[in-house]
Design a protein. Structure first.
Length: 279
């Protein structure tokens, strides 16, 4: 078997969890996070200012209009400066991302705690701004490597999986496949996006010294939950509802991600990455 996972016990290179909002977080709320008590982010001691540029087209003139949103990133960094854990608050999104995945229960407990604390502080700062939850997102990126110049992708992916186009098994060493679908929930729906990227060299964010001429296979599964009910960031009642929704939906997304990975991969690779372990 020529394919190997990015880590000894699993293939997860990046895991991310986010709360999407109906409008950008105001700069004074970002400042409140920066200047406020640091107890809630003791595990994220580093701080960097950041920004995103939102490009929209003026419907009357057709000219592009740029909006710049300032934000902040709190992180725990490795000696090389890369972030093991990071919270970014910029534009209409609060996102926790880790490149140091261990076990699901530990990772989600930490990520959920960071998200809820950050949302609570922003909710207090924006009490009169009608800030609402537009989405909850979970992203998992699994990475596999091979040194074979012409790998047999049937050693990694199941030929019977109907989410994979049959052509990928004859397309050569470099290709990309994408598909998406919706799942209905009692209150809202989940957009699933599956991206599989196969290229030579190392994918962005890869750690460690590995040959640059190898082939990297990145399997990225995005799940975006859009609630049917109105959820505000108002203190107490609103935040309790958001916390309950996070604790309900994100574990469901994790379970579905594991189900999807089982459908995609052959049994030998499943065993290598311990996909059948409960947590």
């Amino acid at each position: 078997m020529s394919f190997r996972p990015a880590n000894e016990q699993h293939a997860i290179q990046v895991a991310a969890f986010a709360i999407g909002l109906n409008k950008p977080v105001a700069w004074n709320s970002v400042e409140a996070l920066i200047k406020g008590p640091a107890e809630w982010r003791r595990s994220l001691p580093a701080m960097d200012l950041t920004h995103v540029v939102d490009v929209q087209v003026n419907p009357q003139s057709g000219a592009p209009v740029n909006r710049v949103f300032r934000g902040v990133e709190f992180s725990h960094k490795r000696p090389d400066g890369s972030a093991e854990w990071q919270l970014s608050v910029v534009g209409p999104e609060l996102k926790v991302e880790t490149t140091a995945y261990t076990r699901w229960n530990d990772v989600w407990a930490k990520a959920g705690d960071i998200l809820i604390n950050a949302a609570g502080l922003i909710g207090i700062s924006e009490m009169n701004n009608d800030l609402r939850v537009a989405s909850l997102t979970m992203v998992f990126s699994d990475v596999f490597f091979t040194s074979d110049a012409e790998p047999d992708f049937g050693e990694l992916f199941s030929r019977s999986c109907d989410l994979l186009p049959p052509a990928i098994f004859q397309r050569g060493p470099v290709w990309h496949a994408y598909t998406g679908w919706f799942e209905e929930r009692p209150e809202g729906n989940v957009l699933n996006q599956l991206n599989i990227d196969v290229r030579k060299g190392l994918p962005e964010g890869t750690l460690g010294a590995m040959p640059g001429d190898q082939i990297a296979v990145t399997v990225q599964h995005n799940q975006i939950y859009r609630p049917g009910a109105v959820l505000t960031l108002q203190p107490e009642e609103g935040l309790n509802a958001i916390e309950n929704l996070l604790l309900q939906e994100i574990p469901l997304m994790h379970t579905y991600n594991k189900y999807l990975i089982r459908q995609l991969l052959v049994s030998g690779i499943q065993n290598l990455i311990n996909i059948n372990v409960d947590n």
